[in-house]
Write a protein that binds this ligand. Structure first.
Ligand SMILES: C[S@@+](CC[C@H](N)C(=O)[O-])C[C@H]1O[C@@H](n2cnc3c(N)ncnc32)[C@H](O)[C@@H]1O
Length: 318
């Protein structure tokens, strides 16, 4: 078995600085990457199992239904790189079809990633697996030293790209392009625009898993940044905003209150929001235009029940 794990830890001061800056902003906001502590990762898995949240299951059925065609279109690949790989379940589907020599998985949640990636390495004895615990927004370029030469595929499933503003999507996809290299390819899954009531239900599941996931961010800040958020005084609130084409997720203050975080005080007015996530939804052509502005050329498009997977190659001139 060939398995390596490398940690690129964030300095406590960087996390503190980013969270405090977000709480001082108007509106208050915290980046969604902070959802994923151990409990957040478990809650994300629970969300994926909810009947209203079909995104993960739909993507997996799409991939299963089109796998031979996708493998054919991707062609020969020496290395697969997956940023935000989580439990590595989705990349397992691709490994059997593409037979790369190496796999590099990246996630900000290092412990679950290491366990999942080591299991992949055990199940694929000929595959060199590297698991990198890092915030790829900060450290992505450090992944280059783990990449063998040859043809690379960046795999970014799960509509994780929807968490970024369009300008940030462009910047991130350009960084993926640099990582993939001149002959590189990108296989990316994203949620399509659809009936807003379906989207509303997906982010407001009856079992309350998305609400628990959202509120867990406050539990994490209480534990890691010595904060004193009272979870009963914040409401999970998620809705589809059709003008911007995104689901917005908020924690709305149910009272006038002051919260202490890392030694500083933050005042919340009644009804004030802490914006925790947005999930942009696209039409296929809209997303392709964005990716093309980042130097990718759309080669193929597959879709199934409101979810799309697109394959890109690097533009010659990009
Ligand atoms: C929505 S989950 C998707 C997981 C998996 N790719 C899937 O499709 O099921 C997003 C994953 O990205 C990771 N993640 C989010 N922001 C990240 C960042 N800035 N750097 C590294 N990993 C990140 C999270 O820890 C989580 O595992």
């Amino acid at each position: 078995m060939a398995f390596a794990f490398q940690d690129y830890p964030a300095a406590h001061d960087d996390v503190r600085g980013e969270v405090l800056a977000g709480l001082a902003a108007h509106p208050k906001a915290i980046p969604p990457k902070y959802f994923y502590d151990a409990a957040g990762c478990r809650l994300f898995d629970a969300i994926c199992a909810q009947p209203e949240y079909t995104l993960c299951r739909t993507e997996q059925s799409l991939m299963a239904a089109h796998l031979p065609e996708i493998a054919d279109a991707v062609g020969e690949v020496d290395c697969i790189i997956e940023p935000g790989a989580g439990d590595c379940v989705k990349v397992r589907q691709l490994l059997g079809a593409l037979h790369p020599k190496s796999l590099v998985v990246i996630d900000i949640a290092g412990a679950p990633l290491a366990a999942a990636a080591e299991a992949v390495a055990r199940d694929h004895p000929g595959l060199a697996v590297s698991a990198l615990s890092m915030d790829f927004l900060r450290d992505l370029e450090a992944a280059a030293r783990w990449l063998p030469s040859g043809r690379r595929l960046v795999y970014y499933p799960g509509s994780s790209i929807g968490n970024f503003e369009p300008e940030a999507v462009k910047a991130l996809l350009a960084r993926f392009r640099d990582l993939a290299g001149r002959q590189g390819r990108l296989l990316i899954g994203f949620d399509l625009k659809k009936d807003p009531l379906r989207l509303h239900a997906a982010y407001n599941d009856a079992a309350g898993m998305t609400a628990a996931f959202n509120l867990n961010l406050l539990t994490r800040l209480n534990r890691e940044l010595d904060a004193d958020f009272d979870l009963a005084r914040f409401r999970h609130y998620a809705f589809y905003q059709p003008v911007r084409g995104r689901v917005e997720m908020h924690l709305v203050s149910l009272a006038e209150q002051t919260v202490r975080v890392a030694g500083e005080s933050f005042r919340f007015a009644l009804g004030e929001t802490l914006h925790t996530e947005h999930s942009y939804k696209y039409r296929g052509d809209e997303f392709a235009a964005l990716a093309e502005s980042a130097g990718w050329q759309c080669a193929r498009h597959w879709e199934h029940e409101g979810f799309a997977v697109q394959l890109y190659g690097a533009c010659e001139t990009g």
